[in-house]
Design a protein around this ligand. Structure first.
Ligand code: FES
Ligand code: FE2
Length: 472
């Protein structure tokens, strides 16, 4: 690496090399350069790039701390957007339900004989929540725990104790008010706005991008949740860029192209990042050999290491690792992964669906994240991680696991089934949250200064948020 390049990587800004804002990129191989030499070529959707410069002005910290801003989000965003409430595996049978809570709102999603419906989780007698806690359960009817008013799964009032006292509660006027429901990719979405556009149009490019990534035939293998001492947007944003890898996760530098990750902004609700595995970080002093890269990519159980992981003449680390994981995961989950490209097997591909869903279609890091405010506190949020693994079409959908709760002060290592290496990465990610939220309030300079390229998804996120907040 020459001195000029080194200065761009870690130096002082100022040398714009005559480029327009947003045009500069880290020296080194791009994601597109890297995937171009794969044995099983990446699909067209991964060969696309979609970046647009969105400005360089600061984003005010008041957006993360202000009570008024938070109240506006509840009214103008959370009560207007499509958000996923649960997966189909949470409510596989008629009578199964899932309570999803967001700010002050509580939504009861129910599998009924007439399909999946959702209701406002509040009794029409004196308001008690019909199902008091977030999470999954099962019941034949929806019975209020206070006085026992009871509705059918389809929301018809079927029984009122001492009905003689309520001649004014006409059953036809006392159906449970419904919340809109939409299904996509095995996710059940809800929208509190009766006049919202339909889910399919809300998801914009997503269904087209995912047409060969069958999220419906995936199941939740592991579900981990942790409360974070920060605003929900700060929590989301910690996962929208790889710029923090060099400082927060230095152990990931071998085998990751952190500073050359590709960032894409699409329509209003969809952005993406694409990180190619099996390549050296441009921050490393010297590039790793292909065999060293394979060794660096091996996370988790090293007992499986064998001859299959030797890089042979003419092969790359990506080819070797993709072949290995294709076979290993295919056998473990009893699915045929032969039609997947090397990129889909080994790379970190991450979509953000506004406002709070982050979705990884790749097979070796197959997560979905959900970020929400906790109750009505702008300083706290809930971060959930679900690992979605494939299951063979025609076989029964595996049951959903209970949520593994990690306390705020605990390490992710307490979550049974979570790879210790990943637990450490999540500990690193969440360790900055309290300091950032407190720093927002301690600041003299009242806004964050974002990178034009690597942090463009954060800027895009705020622009879309503004669009919702400005609607009357
Ligand atoms: S509040 Fe629900 S039955 Fe009385
Ligand atoms: Fe991270």
């Amino acid at each position: 690496m020459n001195a000029h390049n080194k200065n761009i990587l870690n130096g002082l800004p100022g040398d714009d090399r005559g480029l327009a804002p947003g045009e500069a990129r880290c020296p080194g191989r791009t994601v597109q350069d890297i995937i171009a030499t794969d044995l099983h070529p990446a699909p067209d959707v991964l060969k696309q790039q979609s970046y647009r410069y969105l400005g360089s002005e600061d984003v005010p910290f008041a957006r993360y701390t202000g009570k008024e801003f938070f109240a506006a989000e509840l009214e103008q965003v959370w009560s207007k957007v499509w958000q996923w409430a649960c997966r189909l595996e949470h409510i596989p049978q008629v009578g199964d339900y899932y309570v999803y809570e967001i700010g002050p709102y509580s939504i009861l999603v129910v599998n009924t004989p007439k399909g999946i419906k959702a209701y406002h989780n509040s009794c029409l007698h004196r308001g008690t929540k019909l199902k008091p806690e977030e999470g999954m359960g099962s019941s034949d009817q929806l019975r209020c725990p206070f006085h026992g008013w009871t509705w059918s799964l389809e929301g018809e009032l079927v029984s009122v104790p001492c009905a003689w006292d309520f001649p004014h509660a006409k059953p036809e006027e006392f159906k449970l008010p419904e919340v809109r429901v939409g299904l996509w990719g095995g996710f059940v979405f809800i929208n509190l706005d009766e006049n919202a556009e339909n889910l399919e149009s809300y998801l914009q490019e997503l269904p087209e991008h995912f047409k060969d990534w069958d999220m419906e035939h995936r199941f939740t293998e592991l579900h981990v949740a942790k409360e974070l001492p920060c605003n929900w947007k700060a929590a989301v944003e910690a996962f929208l860029e790889a710029y923090h890898v060099i400082e927060t996760h230095p152990q990931l530098l071998p085998g990751t192209n952190d500073a050359n990750v590709q960032y894409d902004t699409y329509s209003q609700h969809i952005t993406r990042f694409y990180s190619a595995s099996g390549t050296s970080s441009p921050h490393l002093e010297r590039p790793l050999s292909e065999q060293e890269l394979v060794d660096a990519m091996l996370i988790g159980d090293r007992s499986m290491v064998n001859d299959e992981l030797q890089v042979r003449e003419g092969e790359t680390a990506r080819i070797v690792m993709a072949r290995f994981l294709r076979k290993l995961m295919g056998e473990k989950y009893q699915v045929d992964l032969d039609h997947f490209s090397d990129a889909e097997i080994i790379d970190t591909i991450e979509y953000h669906v506004f406002p709070n869903m982050v979705l990884f279609p790749g097979l070796s890091l197959p997560m979905v994240y959900r970020f929400r405010p906790l109750g009505c506190d702008p300083d706290r949020s809930l971060f959930e991680i679900l690992f979605l693994r494939p299951f063979a079409p025609g076989t029964e959908r595996p049951e959903a696991p209970e949520v593994a709760m990690v306390k705020e002060e605990e390490s992710y290592a307490v979550a049974e089934g979570l790879d210790p290496y990943l637990a450490h990465v999540y500990d690193q990610d969440t360790s900055n949250m309290r300091a950032q939220q407190q720093g927002f309030k301690a600041a003299k300079k009242q806004g964050e200064t974002l990178g034009n390229y690597q942090e463009v998804r954060i800027r895009h996120f705020h622009k879309v948020l503004d669009g919702y907040l400005q609607q009357s």
